[in-house]
Design a protein around this ligand. Sequence first.
Ligand SMILES: Cc1cc2nc3c(=O)[nH]c(=O)nc-3n(C[C@H](O)[C@H](O)[C@H](O)COP(=O)(O)O)c2cc1C
Length: 160
Amino acid sequence: MKTAIIYVSHHGTTERVANMLKEMAREETDVIDLKKARNLDLNSYDKIIVGGSIHAGKVQSKLQKFCKQNETILTSKPLGLFLSCMEENEKANAQFEMAFPQTLRSHAISSKLTGGEILFERMNFLEKFMMKKIAKTSESVHKIKEDQIKALAVDMGLFN
Ligand SMILES: Cc1cc2nc3c(=O)[nH]c(=O)nc-3n(C[C@H](O)[C@H](O)[C@H](O)COP(=O)(O)O)c2cc1C
């Protein structure tokens, strides 16, 4: 069995989660950065995991486009979805619903909110300014949810 872990990441958190999934897996996995991917052949994978992140209430448009364009193949295979964000509970759930189309959400065998990070060292001036106002901190925050990442790996059978 071969699994594709496809992600879009702005400051590296979603990329880190994708690599954590790969490290946990006992079967073959490819970690694919959608920003760099060329001629991606989804047919060559048995299972697919897709992840992105939220910035100013929105998921990356590249991820939305990918999900729309590949809806048929993504709904023909075991599918896992994950999202990096700092919000919790209802707000996080609402962001998840907005990030992935309903067809994919209802088909997915696993959907996880994997937490997020505030990485000031990777932000530009405007992002730092916004984040200081919103999060009321100028210190980096690390809230990656390892338990949710593990649960996603279990649901997707990556330990088999
Ligand atoms: C400018 C900016 C805006 C953000 N806006 C939101 C937001 O609206 N909701 C949220 O839950 N998290 C928000 N976050 C937190 C990100 O989702 C978090 O930093 C995540 O780990 C980013 O993952 P990435 O580095 O893979 O893109 C924001 C972060 C930044 C830097």
